[in-house]
Ligand binder design. Structure first.
Ligand code: UT7
Length: 337
């Protein structure tokens, strides 16, 4: 079967207004701006208000992507939402977003691949469009991770932030633009390294799980760090090799924003110069599934992604999963501020 080329035609994002700085966190945690910024590169993050959930951010990002593309929610064939902080275990956050944007009747589902979720969702949406099963797929990364954080655990509390990003996938007009390839993988020996232990069918909520603070993200930061530094390089090389592209062809490297030391080490190993690496980690922290679309929007706004550019995106996280995507961008529509 001949597959159609698929392009990322539009992007929309949304971040909460509330800024929490490292100094703010050091008022209640045994930490400091110096430790957080030198060990992670993060200076501040955005945090939702009480009562706000992932779908509230995701719906705004989704509406902005649709507005940028000049289409209505009714024109969508499929909505895929990636999130590690879904509104509820079920129904899907995709369903809540559909209700908010008015996508009545459109198929919508969530995809669970933790921080690699955006790349996995992109690969899934790409398959639908490439095979002709859908013409317009909205892929959303939406996170209110702050709701899953133990604010007494300095090892995780300083790292994460909230936000959302959405992209529209459509058939490309020619094979000169669009998604070139993916590399996806998962190392199931690392399930213990990063998880939210309770609240699912393994450890349903009890008074004990609550008092043991098991309803929050637990992470072995050192091990995840080593895993990330390794897989970013290997996955990036695989997707480039399979696509017949070289490191030197990459105009912009957009890695998942977890730690500036991970990003710098990966870029160094790959031989990508700093001016071709995108990061906004300093201002948003790790927004999990939202990090890559937030970067895409900001890079396009700043003229760092223009028509014809080859962009390499790499995600990684709990699973331990990873995923890379190589794209030749055409015009990426976004709302001009
Ligand atoms: O998207 C999901 C993927 N997640 C990631 O990619 C995260 C990957 N991991 C990391 O980014 C880093 O491992 C961290 C930023 C989490 C930690 O940095 P590190 O350089 O690996 O520090 P460490 O865990 O080795 O801890 C060094 C020290 C420890 O103290 P001792 O045992 O040496 O006395 C920690 O207790 O730093 C201490 N520490 C802190 N100190 C001040 C840990 N967190 C903090 C903190 N403030 N927030």
């Amino acid at each position: 079967m001949k597959h159609r080329p698929v392009k990322i035609s539009a992007v929309g994002t949304h971040i909460p207004a509330r800024v929490v700085t490292n100094d703010d966190l050091s008022l209640t945690l045994d930490t400091s701006d110096e430790w957080i910024s030198t060990r992670s590169g993060i200076r501040e993050r955005r945090i939702v208000e009480n009562g706000e959930a992932a779908s509230d951010l995701g719906a705004v990002a989704a509406s902005r992507a649709l507005e940028a593309a000049g289409i209505d929610a009714a024109d969508l064939d499929l909505i895929i939402v990636a999130s590690l902080s879904p509104d509820m275990l079920f129904p899907s956050t995709a369903s809540f977003i559909s209700a908010k944007i008015g996508a009545d009747g459109t198929p919508a589902f969530d995809l669970s691949a933790a921080c690699t979720g955006f790349i996995y969702a992109l690969a899934t949406g790409n398959a639908f469009v490439a095979s002709g099963q859908a013409d317009r797929v909205l892929v959303v990364g939406a996170e209110a991770v702050s709701k899953m954080i133990d604010w007494t655990d300095r090892g995780t509390a300083v790292l994460f932030g909230d936000g959302a990003g959405a992209v529209l996938l459509e058939p490309a007009d020619s094979r000169d633009e669009g998604i070139i390839g993916f590399d996806l993988g998962n190392d199931p020996s690392g399930t213990e390294m990063l998880q939210l232990p309770a609240g699912g069918s393994r450890n349903p909520a009890t008074e004990e799980t609550v008092s043991a603070r098991q309803h929050f993200i637990k992470m072995n930061g050192r091990e995840v760090f080593k895993f990330a530094a390794r897989v970013i390089e290997s996955s990036a090389r695989k997707v480039l090799d399979r696509s017949g592209c070289k490191i030197g062809d990459v105009d912009l490297f957009v890695p998942h924003q977890a730690n500036i030391r991970i990003i710098d080490a990966a870029a160094r190993k790959l031989g990508i110069p700093p001016e071709r690496v995108f990061s906004n980690l300093e201002r948003y922290g790790n927004t999990s599934c939202a990090s890559i679309p937030l970067c895409l929007e900001e890079a396009a706004a700043g003229g760092r992604i223009t028509s014809g550019d080859l962009v390499l995106m790499v995600g990684f996280g709990a699973g331990l999963a990873w995923g890379s995507c190589l794209v030749r961008f055409g015009d990426l529509q976004r709302i001009q501020e």
